[in-house]
Design a protein around this ligand. Sequence first.
Ligand SMILES: [Zn+2]
Length: 145
Amino acid sequence: MEQWIIDKFDESHYKLTMQRRALLNYIHTHPHVTADLCTESLPSDRVSIATVYRNLNLFEELGIIEKLWLKGTAYYEIKNKSSIHMLCKSCGLVEEIEYPVKNMMTEFLNDSFGILVDDVKVEISGVCKLCNDKETLYDRKEHKS
Ligand SMILES: [Zn+2]
């Protein structure tokens, strides 16, 4: 169990119970999992799908998992903490941008091409805000003279 997940529970008034732990571990090892599969995965047959849904909603609310809609079915996965990185061509700064690129690509590629995406790696190159502001200022000055 990754620390940031434990922290999410600590910050909330919810407890990271054995059942929730098992559920999260299952989602972690089985990306793109449905609620049905989650229910089947849990050892105790006393766990109802309603309980699983309640926990999935809670995890989503806490920002631990993400829901993807593929062909009308909800798939769950642990939130992709690795955001996209932008390398500034001008100053070399590597900026980390939190953007749900993986989910957006997964949904788009599935809807448009029927592809089930496993992983997405995106590298952005461009100019950071600071350099861009400087350049804009410079352009304006150039323009005036
Ligand atoms: Zn820069």
